[in-house]
Design a protein around this ligand. Structure first.
Ligand code: DX5
Ligand code: ZN
Length: 220
């Protein structure tokens, strides 16, 4: 049986009912949620920041957070995410002049380190940081918005990163983000994803729990 984790992206949640939306996700067995931080500079959209995570913590909602930072410059933001139940902080290599230093800042606050690879980002940026990583996030859309169309040609890139991780015998998680729905889910898992980030396909549905079950059922 294939092993994978579905990580709902709350970018598409109903922010007027955020607590209830997250609790539904928990009921479906998802304990990690994807949190897209967008700055209207690195990407055109403007979303949310650590103040929301503080509320989630204060309300004792038992979730861990997978932070995806789409912000530049990024270094000064990182410490704002300490002590907020953040498991991973993923950054884009284009958002820092000193990638190695940024990675060290993430480690310093005790979070796992993720690197996001945009559709056109070459993989040589991973060469000298590979052994420092906990997660590689492959973007199957250009970052900035939920609800975009899945870029099918990136499947080849996912497969190649899977090969690199296996070859180097690292326990780096391979996560895929953008445009994933019930029709393309199996191609993403079969390409080697460990984590599948899903936003609109879950939160635009009428029954989140059922939709998450429908995704899981594809591999039962
Ligand atoms: C896009 C974000 C994604 C987005 C995924 O820039 O990084 O996490 O929320 O949403 P869907 O699944 O709707 O593409
Ligand atoms: Zn994301």
């Amino acid at each position: 049986m294939k092993k994978f984790l579905i990580v709902p992206s709350i970018l598409s949640a109903n922010f007027c009912n955020l607590e209830s939306d997250i609790r539904k996700i928990l009921c479906a067995g998802c304990n990690l949620i994807h949190f897209d931080v967008m700055d209207n500079h690195y990407v055109p959209n403007l979303t949310m920041g650590p103040i929301i995570l503080q509320s989630i913590k204060d309300n004792k909602i038992p979730v861990q957070i997978d932070v995806h930072l789409m912000a530049s410059p990024v270094d000064s933001l990182i410490f704002l995410f300490s002590n907020l139940n953040v498991k991973f902080i993923t950054i884009h290599p284009e958002t820092t002049n000193h990638l190695d230093k940024t990675i060290r800042l993430i480690k310093k606050i005790g979070c796992g380190v993720g690197i996001a690879i945009n559709p056109a980002t070459p993989l040589n940026c991973l060469d000298y940081i590979f052994d420092e990583l906990d997660l590689i996030l492959v973007m199957t859309v250009n970052p900035g918005f939920g609800g975009q169309i899945f870029l099918k040609h990136i499947l080849k890139k996912i497969k190649y990163i899977r090969y690199l991780i296996n070859k180097r015998k690292r326990s780096i998680l391979l996560s895929v983000d953008g445009g994933i729905n019930l029709s393309n889910f199996s191609s993403v898992i079969n390409a080697g994803a460990d984590i599948v980030v899903i936003g609109s396909a879950i939160f635009d549905s009428n029954d989140y729990v059922q939709t998450i079950q429908d995704f899981k059922k594809i591999f039962i």
